[in-house]
Design a protein around this ligand. Structure first.
Ligand SMILES: [Zn+2]
Length: 115
């Protein structure tokens, strides 16, 4: 992949990561806020815990995606970006364009999901 394309993906990934980090921070503040104001006492305790659980799983999946994006940025630095981590084949640009943090070719992704 040429330097221009790599820079394009680096910028896209960095923008996604910045958005994600601020979204995660916002969600964490919401969780902290509900924790201190509600204090988990009173009749609504169960529903409070339920909504907290949803938020915690949201931030968990956001953190997971952030880790994938950071990993993709590392791979740009290492010069392995755009190559499948499982089989080493070049990942089609259309696939990278749709999801720049992807690290497996479609074939390996399907094998991974079926496993
Ligand atoms: Zn592969």
């Amino acid at each position: 992949m040429n330097a221009e394309r790599l820079n394009h993906y680096r910028r896209t990934l960095e923008a996604q990561l910045a958005d994600l980090v601020s979204a995660t921070r916002e969600h964490e503040e919401q969780i902290d806020g509900s924790r201190t104001t509600e204090d988990f006492t009173g009749p609504d305790r169960a529903s409070d815990l339920e909504s907290l659980e949803v938020d915690a799983s949201v931030t968990a999946s956001e953190r997971k995606l952030a880790a994938k994006i950071r990993h993709a940025l590392e791979r740009i630095d290492l010069g392995t970006y755009g190559l499948c981590e499982a089989c080493g084949a070049a990942i089609p640009e259309a696939r990278l364009e749709a999801k720049p943090s992807v690290s497996l070719c479609l074939h390996c992704q399907e094998a991974h999901e079926a496993a």
